[in-house]
Design a protein around this ligand. Sequence first.
Ligand SMILES: [Zn+2]
Length: 192
Amino acid sequence: MRVHGEKVIRRRSEIEKKADYHDYLTELKEDFQHMCGYCGKTETITKNAFEIDHFVPKKYDKSRVNDYTNLVYSCYMCNRKKSSKWPSEDGKVQFAGKKGFIDPTTGDYDKHLARNIDGTIYGKTETGKYMEEAFAFKLRPMREIWQLMQLDEKKRQLREKINKSTPNEMYMYIEMDGLLNNLQKILFQNKE
Ligand SMILES: [Zn+2]
């Protein structure tokens, strides 16, 4: 299974140049389909705000700080984990041996990282394993988040049908919604 599930994230190519990368937030959210580029978490599932990550860290290529093609919509934790990690001292050198990062808006991302059926994320290649470690996917609740995302989607589908339900069913839905919200709070209390 893919890290982003059914969704494909791509940066649009024609975009008006802006002086400050923060101003690309609206476009980034849309292009990344409101998902973290790295771990595929949806922004609505977490209680913590998403951020803008620089694929090539700012300190290794100053010329790409405000370059849209270098920006990744990222969850709080992926941004912290990646931080200024880069396999070389040169922003233009993306790989050092097998070490390196793959831009999640390229089809190559799926060649290096994937998801098990339970939602855990693993590296398929040496570079994928390097990324798996850099983002600490094994140490984070990726499985729980993925399953919560599935539940949230089922809830959304159920919500559409709820108007035709009996009061008893409606009550069950509200109860379920409350339990899900509690679970979400517990899962995301550690800034994930
Ligand atoms: Zn993430």
